[in-house]
Ligand binder design. Structure first.
Ligand SMILES: Cc1cc2nc3c(=O)[nH]c(=O)nc-3n(C[C@H](O)[C@H](O)[C@H](O)COP(=O)(O)O)c2cc1C
Length: 310
């Protein structure tokens, strides 16, 4: 597949071939997606969220389909930072894509330990703090409480000196602009909007919750317009003026969905649920975006960021 320079973009100083990013938790650790296509076709790949200790995650069912998306409660299943650094980090240089390392934790100390170790490894251009996972008991409050987020970022920023620091937030923030302003003030280099929406489903025959954990996170087309609104508001009210880019994600299945997030204010666009529908869908989205940028009469996609016509 040839690459057009129309889609080259810069995300917090990291050059991407195109704005499409594989979302955390939906494409394995580093190279699992390479079974479907050459990772060089993507702008970046995000690892599943890594924690201090290994985690088995929740019991099945951990993923169930819904009418306009899917519900998951994976529970941050991962091999833990020690094995991740030994087994996965060495694959980063040869995988052909920019790799963003995602971090989750329960306490500030967890985040500082894992993010600090990733930064020290020097394999990752960016570290993404997942303060928005609806599938664990703790760790999520950082994404919806400006005081807690300020404290977390102050500590993590001191431990991450090489990599860019991204902050991934939930779609049910009471005040997205205020939370994002706090993230920016405390040194976030990019905002990742958004994680899944807390939700649940019930099997009416068995009268049981469909997910073993009861509640989980909703992703896919159902959350797309919510994310478009959040990206728009955050971009216009705080991120543009601060010069901090947004990765918009939520329900991007087709190039039109990605284009919509770019017009709302996203510099890059994540795809998660789409990878379960068709792991090759990012390539289609890249091709569609490339045509769209040409049709809009501009020479680079970055000229369309936030450009909703008045
Ligand atoms: C099965 C599954 C696992 C996920 N695991 C993670 C994760 O480990 N870390 C994280 O930050 N987000 C995780 N997410 C959230 C996605 O990265 C993304 O933010 C969300 O699904 C919205 O995008 P989408 O509608 O394109 O899927 C997960 C989503 C799904 C569906």
């Amino acid at each position: 597949m040839g690459f057009s320079t129309r889609l080259c973009t810069s995300l917090a100083g990291i050059e991407l071939r195109n704005p499409i990013v594989a979302a955390a938790g939906t494409c394995g650790y580093v190279e699992e997606l390479a079974d479907a296509f050459d990772l060089a076709a993507l702008g970046a790949v995000t690892t599943k969220s890594i924690t201090r200790e290994p985690r088995e995650g929740n019991l099945p069912w951990r993923v169930v389909p819904t009418q306009a998306g899917m519900l998951n409660a994976i529970g941050l299943a991962n091999k833990g930072i020690e094995r991740f650094l030994a087994e996965e980090a060495p694959l980063v240089r040869s995988c052909g894509a920019v790799v963003i390392a995602s971090v989750a934790g329960h306490t500030i100390d967890d985040f500082v330990t894992v993010a600090g170790a990733l930064d020290e490894s020097q394999e990752f251009r960016a570290i993404e703090l997942n303060v928005s996972c609806p599938n664990t008991a703790t760790g999520r409050h950082f994404g919806n409480d400006a005081t807690a987020l300020r404290e977390l970022l102050t500590a993590v920023r001191a431990a991450v000196t090489r990599a860019r620091l991204f902050v991934k937030l939930p779609p049910d923030m009471a005040d997205p602009v205020a939370i994002c302003a706090t993230a920016i003030e405390r040194g976030a280099n990019a905002l990742v909007l958004c994680n899944t929406m807390p939700a649940m489903a019930i099997d009416v025959q068995t009268r049981r919750m469909r997910l073993s954990r009861g509640q989980g996170g909703l992703s896919g087309p159902a959350i797309h317009p919510i994310v478009v609104r959040i990206v728009h508001d955050v971009y216009n009210q705080v991120a543009r003026a601060a010069g901090v880019p947004i990765i918009g994600l939520g329900g991007v299945l087709a190039w039109q969905d990605a284009a919509e997030l770019i017009l709302a204010g996203a510099t890059a666009v994540g795809m998660g649920t789409a990878l379960f529908v068709d792991p090759r869908s990012p390539q289609r989205v890249v091709r569609g975006l490339d045509r769209w940028v040409g049709d809009q009469g501009v020479s680079n996609v970055s000229q369309l960021v936030g450009q909703i016509a008045q």
